[in-house]
Design a protein around this ligand. Structure first.
Ligand SMILES: NC(=O)c1ccc[n+]([C@@H]2O[C@H](COP(=O)([O-])OP(=O)(O)OC[C@H]3O[C@@H](n4cnc5c(N)ncnc54)[C@H](O)[C@@H]3O)[C@@H](O)[C@H]2O)c1
Length: 345
C-alpha cells in the first residue's frame, strides 16, 4: 500500500484492546502510532506488548504526535469531546458506537467534522457481518416477496455491573446494543423511519439504565423493524427473522445459515375468496395447499466485509464513507426519541 495512516487508539478496554488494536495491527494500510488510557497498568501493557507510545490522555498524545486517524473506544460520555479534540488537531475519527450519549452531542460532532473539513465514521460492525451481507443478497433475489417485517434479537443473561449499567456514562442497552441493531436494520430496510415505538426496563442490571429494550420502527417502504435487546434471557429465540408475503427466513446461528421457507410468485393464485358467512368445510384454511419450498443458504457462500478496509478506502483514498455520518445521526435520532418519549419503567 502506498499510503500508510498513523492511528491512535483511545481506550484500552475490551473493545480497544480486543477488537480495534488487532485489526489495526493486521492491516497493511495502518500503523498503530500511539494509545491512550488513564490506567497506568494498561499503558505499561501496551508499551510492553505493542511497543507503542502510551499516553494518559488524548491531549498529551497530541503534544507529541499527529496521527492521521484517532480511533475512539473510550467510555461513551468521552466520545464527543475526544472527537472534537481530534478534529481540532487535524485528525479524522473512527468512533465506536454509540456515537455519543445524546443526539445533540452527535450533531455537534458532525458539525465540528464539517467545520474542520475532516472525516468521521462510526464503527457499526454488524453492517459488515456475513449474515448481513448474505441477507442483503437474498433480499435482492426477492425469494419471500415483499418483506413486511425484520426482527433482530440480542439475547443474553448478564447482570451488568460496569459503567455501561449507568445512564450518566451513556450506558444502558438501548445505547450500547440497540445502536448496533437499529443501524443494522436501517441499513437492511434502506428506507426512512416514519414511526418509532419503544419499551425499556431495568430487569437485572445493578445500575440505573435499562437492560431490556424493545424498539419498533415503521419505515416509509412499509416494513416493521423490530429490535429486542434482552439481557435477562436464559433461553434465546432466533437472532434474526425476516417475514415476507410469500415466506420466512430465519438465521440459524448454530449451523451458520439462513433457512428459508417460501413459495414462488403465483403460488397462492388459486386461493379464492369465499362468499357468505359460513367458513367452507368448517375449515380455517390450515389445509391450504401451497407449493412450499425449503432451502438453506450457508453463510460460507458469502464473505463478510473488512471494516478496516472500508476505513482505509475512506480515510486514505477519499472514497465515500461505508457508513455516512448522516446515517449514524439517524440511529442517534431514533435512540433519542426512544429515551425522550418512552420512559424507563
Ligand atoms: N463495536 C462494538 O462491537 C463494541 C463492543 C464493545 C464496546 N464498544 C464501545 O466501545 C467503548 C468502550 O467500551 P469497552 O467495552 O471497551 O469498555 P471497557 O470498560 O472495557 O474499557 C474502557 C477503557 O477506557 C479507558 N478509559 C476511561 N476513561 C478514559 C478516557 N477519558 N480516555 C481514554 N480512555 C479512557 C478505561 O481505563 C478502559 O481501559 C464504548 O463506547 C462501547 O459502547 C463497542
Amino acid at each position: 500500500m502506498e499510503k500508510i495512516l498513523n492511528v491512535a487508539v483511545v481506550g484500552l478496554g475490551r473493545a480497544g484492546w480486543q477488537i480495534h488494536i488487532p485489526r489495526i495491527m493486521a492491516h497493511k494500510g495502518f500503523k498503530l502510532s500511539g494509545v491512550v488510557d488513564p490506567l497506568d497498568e494498561r499503558r505499561k501493557e501496551a508499551r510492553l506488548h505493542l511497543g507503542v507510545a502510551a499516553f494518559e490522555s488524548l491531549e498529551k498524545l497530541f503534544e507529541q504526535q499527529n496521527p492521521d486517524v484517532v480511533v475512539i473506544v473510550s467510555p461513551t460520555h468521552f466520545h464527543k469531546e475526544q472527537s472534537l479534540l481530534a478534529f481540532r488537531h487535524g485528525a479524522d475519527v473512527l468512533c465506536d458506537k454509540p456515537m455519543a450519549v445524546t443526539l445533540d452531542e452527535a450533531r455537534e460532532m458532525v458539525e465540528a467534522m464539517h467545520a474542520r473539513s475532516r472525516k468521521m465514521m462510526i464503527f457499526q460492525p454488524h453492517r459488515a457481518h456475513v449474515e448481513t451481507v448474505a441477507l442483503r443478497a437474498l433480499l435482492r433475489e426477492d425469494l419471500l416477496g415483499p418483506v413486511f417485517m425484520i426482527k433482530r434479537r440480542w439475547s443474553r443473561y448478564r447482570v451488568r455491573v460496569d459503567w455501561q449499567a449507568f445512564a450518566r456514562y451513556g450506558g444502558g442497552e438501548l445505547n450500547n446494543s440497540g445502536a448496533h441493531f437499529v443501524d443494522q436494520l436501517l441499513y437492511l430496510s434502506a428506507s426512512p423511519v416514519k414511526k418509532i415505538h419503544c419499551l425499556r426496563r431495568r430487569v437485572l442490571s445493578r445500575g440505573d439504565a435499562e437492560d431490556f429494550a424493545k424498539i419498533i420502527m415503521e419505515t416509509e417502504n412499509g416494513m416493521i423493524l423490530d429490535v429486542e435487546v434482552n439481557f435477562a434471557t436464559a433461553i434465546a429465540p432466533p437472532a434474526m427473522q425476516v417475514f415476507g408475503e410469500r415466506g420466512t427466513m430465519v438465521l440459524d446461528e448454530e449451523h451458520g445459515l439462513w433457512r428459508a421457507r417460501y413459495y414462488d410468485k403465483g403460488g397462492a393464485d388459486a386461493i379464492r375468496l369465499q362468499e357468505g358467512l359460513a367458513a367452507e368445510n368448517r375449515s380455517y384454511m390450515d389445509d391450504q395447499q401451497l407449493p412450499w419450498k425449503e432451502k438453506n443458504y450457508p453463510l460460507s457462500a458469502f464473505s463478510s466485509i473488512d471494516f478496516y478496509d472500508k476505513c482505509y478506502e475512506h480515510f486514505a483514498l477519499n472514497q465515500p464513507a461505508f457508513i455516512p455520518p448522516g446515517e449514524s445521526l439517524e440511529v442517534m435520532r431514533i435512540l433519542d426519541v426512544c429515551k425522550k418519549r418512552f420512559g424507563l419503567e
